[in-house]
Design a protein around this ligand. Structure first.
Ligand code: ADP
Ligand code: MG
Length: 361
């Protein structure tokens, strides 16, 4: 039904979508997930030509909608968009909001548009708000009206961009229920959301976006339970990553420490955990490894998982030296005190890897 072929989108010099290749089949409900800034909104806006792509193609029902001379308004009619911020007309009643486009663009009579509007309001549970103004509705109710308004145009596909993220938590449920009902009815949908439970419940497929591409895609259960790519896994575990490289005996540990502090502050990591992280790195890298290694090349990767409140520090160096054999007993004791576990592995091609796990207590 929809096929993205090497689609690109740049804003001036900044290439936001690099190479999008994907297919959306009729009846699919695609959850588009990924870190913020990954280009999820841009993908939806490219599809309905609010932001025309700057390269590649989008084929909709066999037609290249990026080709010159395409009837843009016809294409937009195929795609209903639901935004985070409802975008209802404040000077019109609920039913007028819903009747407006069908009368104007589809040529429905006012009676037809009205009847259909009432039916749709029943579907989203708001039949008793027909003649109210948007002002008098709660956020959840406004978003349900916005969904009814989108359905009134009978689009082939509905694009929802974080439809619940502006809502008070108490209202998320009522909007999610409407979205679930739509997905169950077999409507083709693409939904950008940070609500992982919603994504898991409504979608049959997931596009995980990162670095300007669809980094990984697949059936929902597979992506949620067993993603293949490391970046997808990190996203689900809400991993935050900090990396640095030590390449001389004069390594600036004060500078590294201030980077660790900033990383911890930004990710709401407790001061106790922050202290453990910095102490583990200082004892292992600065006190033990640096003086003992002939070739001072150490890669350090700190990964904090918010869902687990757990930090993993991975230290790699091209030597078979084991931390406990560095001959620095005090440092090894201090390291052990802050680590839940310390594992060392060595292999010819990769050198040593020390994996340290740190728990919060
Ligand atoms: P997401 O929805 O995944 O958070 P967006 O699609 O909103 O990400 O944005 C992706 C990137 O594109 C961001 O770095 C953003 O700053 C940039 N971007 C989005 N819209 C524009 C625009 N109109 N002009 C310039 N840059 C933009
Ligand atoms: Mg967005």
């Amino acid at each position: 039904m929809i096929e993205f072929r090497h689609m690109q989108k740049a804003f001036g010099p900044s290439v936001v979508l690099k190479d999008i290749n994907a297919t959306v089949n009729e009846g699919d409900c695609i959850a588009v997930i990924g870190p913020s800034g990954a280009g999820k909104s841009t993908l939806l806006r490219c599809l309905n030509l609010l932001d025309p792509p700057t390269g590649g193609q989008i084929i909709v029902d066999g037609q290249d909608i990026t080709a010159p001379g395409c009837d843009v308004s016809k294409i937009r009619q195929k795609m209903g968009m639901v935004f985070q911020s409802y975008n209802l007309f404040g000077h019109m009643t609920v039913i007028e909001n819903i009747m407006y486009a069908p009368v104007k663009l589809l040529g429905l009579s006012r009676q037809e548009a009205y009847d259909r509007g009432v039916e749709l309001l029943q579907r989203v549970g708001l039949a008793d708000r027909t003649l109210r103004y948007p002002d008098s509705l709660s956020g959840g109710q406004k978003q349900r009206v916005a969904i009814a308004r989108t359905l009134a145009m009978d689009p082939e596909i509905i694009l929802l961009d974080e439809p619940t993220s502006a809502l008070d938590p108490t209202m998320v449920g009522e909007v999610e229920a409407v979205i679930e009902d739509l997905a169950r009815s077999g409507k083709t949908m693409m939904i950008v959301t940070h609500e992982m439970s919603l994504a898991e419940r409504v979608s049959n497929r997931v596009f995980y976006m990162d670095e300007g591409i669809i980094y990984e895609e697949g059936p929902t259960a597979k992506i949620f339970k067993n993603p293949e790519k490391e970046s997808t896994r990190r996203f689900f575990r809400q991993m935050r990553v900090l990396e640095f490289h030590i390449d001389s005996q004069n390594f600036d540990f004060v500078g590294a420490n201030s980077e660790i502090d900033q990383y911890c502050f930004k990710n709401h990591i407790s001061p106790r955990m922050a202290n453990r992280i910095s102490s583990v790195i200082e004892e292992l890298c600065v006190q033990m490894l640096l003086p003992a290694l002939k070739n001072p090349r150490i890669d350090v990767c700190v990964e904090y998982s918010k869902t687990e409140d757990h930090t993993y520090v991975t230290v790699k160096y091209p030597d078979d030296l084991r931390p406990e054999d560095c001959g620095d007993e005090i440092s090894y004791k201090l390291l052990s005190a802050n680590a839940e576990s310390i594992d060392h592995t060595y292999d010819e091609s990769d050198g040593s890897t020390v994996s340290i796990s740190i728990v919060n207590d």
